[in-house]
Write a protein that binds this ligand. Structure first.
Ligand code: ACO
Length: 424
């Protein structure tokens, strides 16, 4: 919090006072909502590098210190002590559930899982090599047609119902997108299983032979989902809020979030990292030649899984993921040369001035792919897994935005640089 509560902006001879919007932690904001009316100028901030689009009480990040907290709780503690479902509850409702609340929440979710047979043809209608992120976003949008009573953003009951439906059904439709892509039958959800075990069974099991539950696999996936659960106003979450600001329903808003997440600079990076590691492992490309190409910006090639808009010292999630990768591969008895390539790349980059001077460090996506691979997921499923993890965060932000009395439709300005009026 700065030690002043106003900033005076001088435009020509006229002074405009801008108020400070106080934070409880981190950057406070300069309220420029009256800027255009007072000065005739809009603010110009490409990629929103300096712009706070909202107040929020869900997640706090200090990018210089490598701090991430969900509702005030450090990510390290959450990852060690809580499950993905408890974390989802925390993000959405503001506090961890009691034991009874947790059982109730789990039940509310599990009874809302279902195999919607009308969607079977939908999943089968895509080309075999369709990317599951495209199918997932379409499926999330399609879900809204099956639950019309849950669409009204003005109804608390509808919001609660769509929240539970999405938490229940996104793992189901993600698993079905996978099954369709490998030409296997869909596996009916089993409400008696935990969310993670149910998802693993629908993904890797069959109706005849259930997936053999494995505590190491379940725990590893649960931790990865939890680490992705929220990250304040990132690209996909901002998309969800922006779409929701038009009073589009929760499914439509989240479906847009899935699309925003799919890009390689955002959630799609986890798949791109594995492709990069495989390129180095399987071709004449070496760690050194790859890093040189990155530094020379050849064909705009980047060190995928490195760098972050906010984190400038380290990404606390990446630290946990790296330790988890070592542990899971060793517990599962998997030796993957890609883990060694990733570690080599990290070591070389962290000692190189190109990356050090630009404050580029491994982000959450750098080591996740190696774990997902060890758990048996194909690379195309990595970003959908991220989407399952991010679901509670998107929902929490949409609800926070929707519950504010003064929420208006989001509508940025532009600085027009086209032709002045001319005649044909
Ligand atoms: N490899 C090589 N150079 C990089 C990388 C990278 N991964 N990231 C940034 N840089 C360089 C840029 O070329 C630029 O260099 P310059 O000053 O010489 O022009 C400088 O670092 C600043 O980069 P920007 O692109 O301006 O940083 P921005 O904050 O806009 O982008 C981003 C952040 C998209 C994450 C970027 O670091 C990146 O592309 N990383 C690789 C993709 C990735 O891992 N994305 C996942 C992010 S985490 C998440 O969304 C879940």
């Amino acid at each position: 919090m700065p030690d002043f509560d106003k900033v005076t902006l001088l435009v020509g001879d006229s002074a405009t006072e801008l108020e400070i919007v106080a934070s409880t932690q981190g950057h406070s904001g300069l309220d420029i909502s009256k800027l255009m009316a007072a000065t005739g100028l809009s603010s110009f901030d490409p990629a929103f590098v300096n712009t706070a689009s909202t107040k929020s009480a869900i997640t706090y990040i200090d990018g210089d210190q490598g701090i991430l907290r969900y509702r005030g709780y450090p990510i390290e503690q959450v990852a060690e002590l809580k499950s993905f479902t408890e974390t989802s509850y925390l993000l959405i409702y503001g506090a961890f559930p009691t034991a009874t609340e947790l059982t109730d929440f789990e039940k509310k979710i599990s009874v809302r899982t279902e195999h919607i047979q009308q969607l079977d043809g939908f999943f089968r209608s895509f080309p075999k090599d369709a990317h599951p992120m495209a199918v997932l976003s379409a499926a999330v949008s399609a879900l809204s047609t099956f639950y019309p009573e849950t669409l009204d953003p003005g109804s608390e009951a509808a919001i609660e119902e769509s929240t539970l439906r999405l938490l229940a059904m996104v793992p189901v439709v993600t698993a079905y997108a996978h099954k369709a892509s490998i030409g296997e039958d869909f596996v009916a959800p089993r409400p008696e299983l935990s969310m993670v075990d149910n998802f693993l069974n629908m993904t890797f099991g069959s109706n005849e032979i259930p997936f053999e539950q494995n505590l190491i696999v379940s725990k590893a996936l649960d931790t990865l989902l939890l680490l992705h659960a929220d990250h304040e106003q990132n690209c996909s979450t901002s998309t969800v809020r922006l779409v929701g600001s038009s009073q589009a329903n929760l499914y439509a808003s989240v479906s847009a979030g899935v699309n925003a997440l799919s890009g390689p600079l955002h959630g799609g990076a986890n798949e791109a990292v594995i492709e990069m590691l495989e390129l180095i492992n399987k071709t004449s490309e070496t760690v050194e030649t790859y890093v040189e190409r990155v530094k020379n910006k050849e064909d705009n090639v980047r060190l995928m899984g490195f760098g972050h808009r906010v984190y400038k010292s380290f990404d606390p999630r990446a630290k946990i993921v790296k330790a988890t990768a070592d542990q899971v591969l060793s517990e599962l008895g998997v030796t993957d040369p890609l883990l060694a390539v990733a570690k080599q790349l990290e070591a070389i980059a962290l000692a190189d001035d190109y990356f050090v001077s630009r404050k580029l460090y491994p982000n959450v996506d750098f080591y996740t792919g190696v774990i997902y691979k060890a758990l048996g997921f194909p690379p195309k499923m990595f970003t959908p897994l991220f989407a399952i993890g991010r679901m509670p965060g998107w929902i929490a932000h949409w609800r926070e935005m929707n519950s504010e009395a003064n929420t208006r439709i989001s509508r940025p300005q532009q600085v027009y640089i086209g032709e002045a009026e001319r005649s044909i």
